[in-house]
Design a protein around this ligand. Structure first.
Ligand code: ADP
Length: 524
């Protein structure tokens, strides 16, 4: 067996074992109608697994779900039905996230968190609950009057699992990194002591307080807000997990504000409360983190922008002095050379200033385009010829031809192509080929720029089109200057033209390919 296959098989076995064990644990907690449990870790776990690895891990989930239900007394067909529901739940959940929301595992945008809690969690859970409870009905385990009574806890148990387990696993899967300042570590430890104390105080019989008033439940919020403001999303996810664990445990033992005679009613209320708590906490945490990150990006941007502006200005100053000296010496031929250099620097400066202006225009939605028909081949050839003059290490070439005119803003499309080719040059410090592919179908034209450069870490691929976003470079020592605005501006331009822009790492060779399309029909 090849090492990759072996790794895959080991991964499946581990996933199966965890799925099976956590499912068994869930079913042991007095499940409604013996199968619908309000504490169902496997849902959140399986969605995280498919997001972190890929869809290929589904057999481990299917087998785990099938066997655990079979061993819990389900007839074979019912176990197959439930297993199918559980597997589809994870697959559909991940499909919704990836296809409709471009979800990224670091959950660093509000969009990701909202997609998980408002779309994937409720819909995926509904699939599993419907498959599972319908199987139980057909298998004769429940009667039709028990359908809703079984469906609701099934759904609630699965939803809360996605809200607590999936974020925890995703956020902590990026490795554990700590701010090494003693003050921060002390604060972190203190926070977790407070969390544990609050958790025990609210839910458990540890303190044997005579209070069984549901209002003490609100004590969970201060530590969560503390974690969101001072730390980040992963700490909030960890606190939610701790609270959830303590709450379930103690409610099962008959303690805390949700304890009542019927354990399933107690758990149902508790889980509703935890759904609201995790929903608000995750949103708060991502909004705070997003703001903090944006501020950091702005600081980087300001220092980079001043540096980027200073470089051409210094060169312009230098060349203009040289030109003056040469003119004084009446060396007109040499003057010409320096005037060309001056011109190059002015070109760079102008491009930078225009980009900066664009960013503020785009922010206020003021960007305007003037569409007219033109031939993209001429434009591409013109750009390639002029950019080839800026580099000796790279060979620029054009592959294919566009046979149809597009109706678009020529200057803006020029800006996009220049941006992409300049990036291809900039991010291939060792030089090499840059190929511009041109093709068209019935409905659209497609231009792509392929380089043999540094490539992009796949965790950052979807984000490089964001404003001021710069991906950390794959080769650590290769520092490439930039402001993180070119792709943002380009993608806005393409969006206004109803086109698409995206990037892929090259499959066989190193480097990346950036693509954009412009519709032909919509433009005419
Ligand atoms: P800048 O290049 O000024 O940083 P861009 O908006 O043009 O800004 O690009 C955003 C980020 O995308 C870059 O910081 C870089 O990480 C990545 N990137 C863009 N083009 C390429 C490329 N051809 N190869 C590798 N990374 C790229």
């Amino acid at each position: 067996m090849s090492p990759t296959k072996l790794k895959y098989v080991i991964r499946l076995v581990v996933i199966f074992a965890i799925y099976f064990a956590t499912a068994k644990f869930g079913l042991s907690l007095q499940a409604v109608s013996r199968f619908a449990t309000l504490v169902w870790i496997p849902t959140g776990f399986s969605i995280a697994v498919l997001l972190l690895f890929n869809y290929r891990c589904w057999p481990a989930i299917a087998l785990g779900a099938f066997f655990v239900n079979l061993l819990n007394g389900a007839p074979i067909l019912v176990a197959i039905g439930i297993g199918t529901g559980n597997t589809l739940e994870a697959v559909i959940g991940v499909f919704i996230l990836r296809t409709f929301f471009g979800f990224i595992n670091s959950m660093s945008r509000l969009k990701d968190v909202l997609a998980l809690i408002l779309a994937a969690a409720p819909l995926a859970a509904a699939v599993s609950a419907t498959f599972g409870v319908t199987s139980l009905l057909f298998g004769g385990t429940i009667t039709s009057s028990e359908y809703i009574k079984t469906w609701v806890p099934w759904w609630v148990g699965d939803v809360i699992s996605v809200l607590i387990i999936t974020p925890f696993l995703l956020l902590w899967s990026f490795g554990i990194s700590f701010d090494r300042k003693y003050g921060r570590i002390a604060e972190f430890i203190f926070l977790f002591l407070v969390v544990t104390a609050v958790g025990l105080f609210i839910f458990s019989g540890t303190f044997r307080l005579p209070i069984n008033n549901s209002s003490i439940i609100y004590l969970v919020y201060p530590p969560i807000i503390w974690a969101a403001l001072r730390f980040g999303q992963r700490e909030v996810a960890a606190i939610l997990l701790v609270f959830s664990g303590l709450a379930i445990w103690d409610t099962m033992l008959g303690f805390g504000p949700f304890a009542s005679k019927d354990i399933n009613i107690s758990l149902l209320y508790l889980q509703f409360f935890m759904i609201i708590t995790s929903l608000t906490s995750l949103i708060l945490a991502v909004v705070v983190s997003e703001r903090r990150r944006l501020e950091g990006r702005k600081d980087d941007f300001i220092s980079m922008a001043s540096h980027e502006l200073r470089t051409p200005v210094t060169s312009i100053k230098l060349y203009s002095q040289i030109v003056k000296t040469k003119l004084d010496e009446k060396k007109y031929v040499a003057t010409k050379k320096y005037i060309r250099k001056l011109d190059d620097q002015l070109y760079k400066l102008t491009a930078l200033v225009l980009d900066l202006l664009d960013i503020s225009r785009m922010q206020s939605g003021e960007i305007q385009i003037e569409k007219a028909p033109f031939n993209l081949n001429h434009l591409v050839t013109e750009i390639v010829e002029s950019l080839q003059r800026t580099t000796k290490n790279h060979t620029l070439s054009i592959n294919g031809k566009i046979t149809k005119d597009v109706i678009a803003d020529r200057d803006r499309i020029y800006q996009v192509i220049v941006n992409l080719i300049n990036n291809a040059i900039k991010y291939s410090p060792d030089g090499g080929k840059v190929i511009i592919h041109c093709k068209n179908t019935k409905d659209y034209v497609q231009i792509s720029v392929e380089d043999r450069g540094l490539g992009i870490d796949k965790n950052h691929m979807q984000r490089i089109f964001e404003k001021l976003y710069r991906a950390p470079l794959v080769k650590k020592n290769a520092a490439v200057p930039g402001l993180g605005i070119g792709l943002y501006v380009s993608s806005e331009i393409i969006k206004i033209h109803n086109g698409k822009i995206w990037v892929e790492n090259n499959k066989k060779r190193k480097g990346t390919t950036f693509y954009f399309t412009l519709p032909i029909v919509a433009n005419n």
